[in-house]
Design a protein around this ligand. Structure first.
Ligand SMILES: NC(=O)c1ccc[n+]([C@@H]2O[C@H](COP(=O)([O-])OP(=O)(O)OC[C@H]3O[C@@H](n4cnc5c(N)ncnc54)[C@H](OP(=O)(O)O)[C@@H]3O)[C@@H](O)[C@H]2O)c1
Length: 318
């Protein structure tokens, strides 16, 4: 056994991939779970589950315990105001980091932040991810830490981008961002591998690292659509959605969410993120420090994500 990892967010898309990779690599995973309804997860004995909430200090103490490393991957990714994001993305980071720093010896701390933290003025989500990094850096003198800033992460189990990729596979690609916008992508298993590489690297560089799939200069929407066209073996119709329509849809969705009481993903803040022209990562620093290299290129990653066979032209099977 390599050591004990205290992990939050293991019930989510990315955290689940990280937990699986850690177990596979011989780490003992102690994972945080908030919902008592997740009994199917609790029955999974490959990890030890600690049930609690981020306000319940006792449950956080049980989670951190004697762990060698704390990984905070939990995060609020949907919401309207800063309050919706603050608890999981800022307060929980500060609480866990202080708890870790008070241990002797203190565990290393890895925060799954986001590339959005680079542009905190764009949205309450982006601001909260930056504030989470700042909260962590405040205990920098008492803790070895790193924050990973992934761009858009995709893979099997993703709920956010999969509907869009499926629609493209059926032949329709809504174009919502600027035509000249460029953005990086990262396949979820490569992110999990990056976490493991950081763990075994023994890196002591307390800082935020960008990481992506290594595609130079990132992608344009056009390149994503062309990749899906190769996978389906025929063309995809690009449908440019006019700006005012998107603005209205984001506002209506936010109003509906406020009335009905759910946390929306598509908001004016998310729209500003989508319209931002430059979400291109530079992963060179992280590759050097952690001796990591991404292995999954977009076409292969999309094939896995969409559950397609390896044949070049597969038609529409989503
Ligand atoms: N997906 C991306 O493209 C992407 C890109 C960059 C960074 N990130 C970051 O990666 C992390 C994971 O994202 P994801 O895509 O895996 O999201 P996800 O599937 O929605 O998972 C979020 C996880 O956080 C937990 N969580 C959220 N709020 C919580 C709270 N108040 N108390 C306890 N647990 C809470 C969820 O628990 P429940 O299961 O109980 O809801 C779940 O385990 C986030 O920090 C996000 O900012 C994601």
């Amino acid at each position: 056994m390599r050591g004990v990892i205290a992990l939050t967010g293991a019930t989510g898309f990315i955290g689940n991939a990280i937990a699986r990779k850690l177990v596979q690599e011989g780490w003992c995973v102690r994972a945080f779970i908030r919902s008592p309804l997740s009994s199917a997860r609790l029955a999974d004995t490959t990890v030890q589950w600690v049930q609690g909430t981020f306000e319940d200090v006792d449950s956080l103490e049980r989670l951190v315990g004697d762990a060698d490393v704390v990984i905070h991957c939990a995060g609020a990714v949907r919401g309207i105001t800063g309050t919706d994001f603050y608890q999981a993305n800022v307060e929980a980071v500060a609480r866990l980091a202080h708890m870790a720093a008070s241990r002797n010896p203190s565990p290393r701390f890895l925060l799954i932040s986001s590339l959005a933290a680079r542009e905190p003025d764009l949205s309450p989500y982006a601001a909260s991810k930056r504030m989470g990094e700042i909260a962590l850096s405040k205990v920098a003198d008492r803790l070895t830490w790193a924050a990973l800033r992934p761009p858009a992460v995709y893979g099997p189990g993703d709920r956010e981008m999969l509907p869009l990729f499926r629609l493209m596979l059926r032949g329709i690609a809504p174009v919502v961002g600027r035509e000249d916008a460029r953005f990086s992508m990262l396949y979820v298993d490569d992110l999990a591998d990056a976490v493991v590489k950081w763990l075994i690297s023994d890196s002591r560089e307390n800082r935020a690292f960008e990481l992506d799939d290594g595609h130079p200069g990132g992608y344009s929407w056009c390149e994503i659509v062309e990749t899906v066209e190769r996978l389906r073996g025929k063309g995809v119709l690009r449908v440019r959605v006019p700006g005012p329509v998107l603005n209205l849809a984001a506002k209506l969705n936010t109003m509906a969410a406020s009335v009905i009481g759910y946390r929306p993903m598509f908001t004016p803040g998310k729209l500003r993120e989508l319209r931002h022209p430059d979400w291109v990562c530079d992963n060179s620093m992280f590759c050097r420090v952690a001796n990591w290299a991404p292995t999954v290129r977009l076409e292969e990653g999309l094939r896995h994500t969409l559950g397609l066979s390896a044949s070049p032209a597969i038609g529409t099977r989503a």
